[in-house]
Design a protein around this ligand. Structure first.
Ligand code: SF4
Ligand code: SF4
Length: 295
């Protein structure tokens, strides 16, 4: 294994946010090859798993990047590997290219979904560590980060054997404690897993609420106050966030924003960027599962 200089693991060591952001120039188009696509409002074509998308060029760039929406590949605009792609290519496989290395290709493709999930978990731990937490909880999260990071730096065979769901289960209590601590002064409602598809929540006071895993597909959240709301895994596809305040929302990732509607009046947390289409008029609302991004 080649050490990744972008990350300095160790007990108590910080998680480098840069290592949790996709760096497509250091990858090999893995998200354009590994998953299967089903023809839908998110993908204009069917594609079997492990076969390159026909729009993927030999240099691993997308040949239709500037017109993904118009060409029916909305799903590509909302996927985020959270740095898993370049970790696989640069760290686990030391820069090998799947194009001319069939053995490496099979292993890379097996590792990708596991690495993606482990990076998702690392991202959540990093978000928790950014909160003002008691020392003991912070130490437990540091240990978790070190352990997960170590899992991502094993041999390809060992990574493919990791069961990410087990890792999520192990770390989830720490994330919940971090969330509860951060929200302790806000007294929000517990709406974990709530079925709120299409709900009329315009102007709602959702401060400090737990909306973990809530289904908010197509919900009207215009002007809602979501400060300190825990949005872990909340499904925001097509939710209308215009005028909503998510400036201090917890565990709100970029792909959740990318899947929602919003505009320049939407307040988002530091470190996220407003999706480009939020500043363009009249975009279609899509509700198929968010899948993938290629730059
Ligand atoms: S988004 Fe896709 S191409 Fe970019 S780094 Fe991730 S897996 Fe690789
Ligand atoms: S970004 Fe989407 S359309 Fe472009 S090559 Fe990748 S999978 Fe194909």
């Amino acid at each position: 294994m080649t050490p990744d200089p972008s990350r300095a693991p160790g007990i108590g060591g910080p998680i480098d946010p840069g290592a949790l952001r996709a760096d497509c120039a250091r990858c090999a188009g893995l998200c354009c090859v590994v998953p299967a696509f089903s023809r839908s409002s998110d993908f204009a074509i069917d594609k079997p798993a492990g076969r390159p998308c026909p729009n993927l060029q030999r240099d691993c760039r997308c040949g239709i990047h500037s017109e993904l929406e118009e060409r029916g590949f909305h799903g590509c605009t909302v996927f985020d590997c959270l740095g898993a792609g370049q970790k696989i290519v640069q760290t686990v496989f030391a820069g090998r290219d799947w194009h001319d290395d069939p053995d490496a290709a099979a292993q890379m493709f097996a590792v990708f979904p596991v690495m993606r999930r482990l990076h998702e978990l690392l991202w959540h731990v990093a978000e928790a560590l950014a909160l003002d937490l008691p020392t003991a909880l912070r130490a437990d999260l540091d240990l978790a980060a070190t352990r997960i990071d170590a899992l991502t730096r094993q041999t390809p065979e060992a990574i493919a054997d990791v069961r990410p769901d087990d890792e999520f289960q192990a770390v989830n209590p720490l994330l919940q404690r971090a969330s509860e601590h951060a929200r302790s002064g806000a007294r929000g409602a517990d709406r974990r897993g709530a079925q709120l598809m299409g709900a009329r929540l315009r102007g709602a006071d959702l401060r400090g609420s737990s909306l973990r895993g809530a289904r908010l597909v197509g919900a009207d959240l215009r002007g809602a106050d979501l400060r300190l709301a825990d949005l872990t895994g909340a499904d925001l596809r097509g939710a209308d966030l215009r005028g909503a305040d998510l400036s201090t929302a917890l565990f709100l990732c970029q792909s959740q924003l990318d899947a929602a509607r919003g505009d320049t009046s939407t307040h988002i947390p530091a470190g996220r960027v407003p999706p480009a289409r939020w500043t363009r008029p009249a975009v279609a609302v899509r509700v198929d599962p968010p899948r993938r991004r290629r730059r």
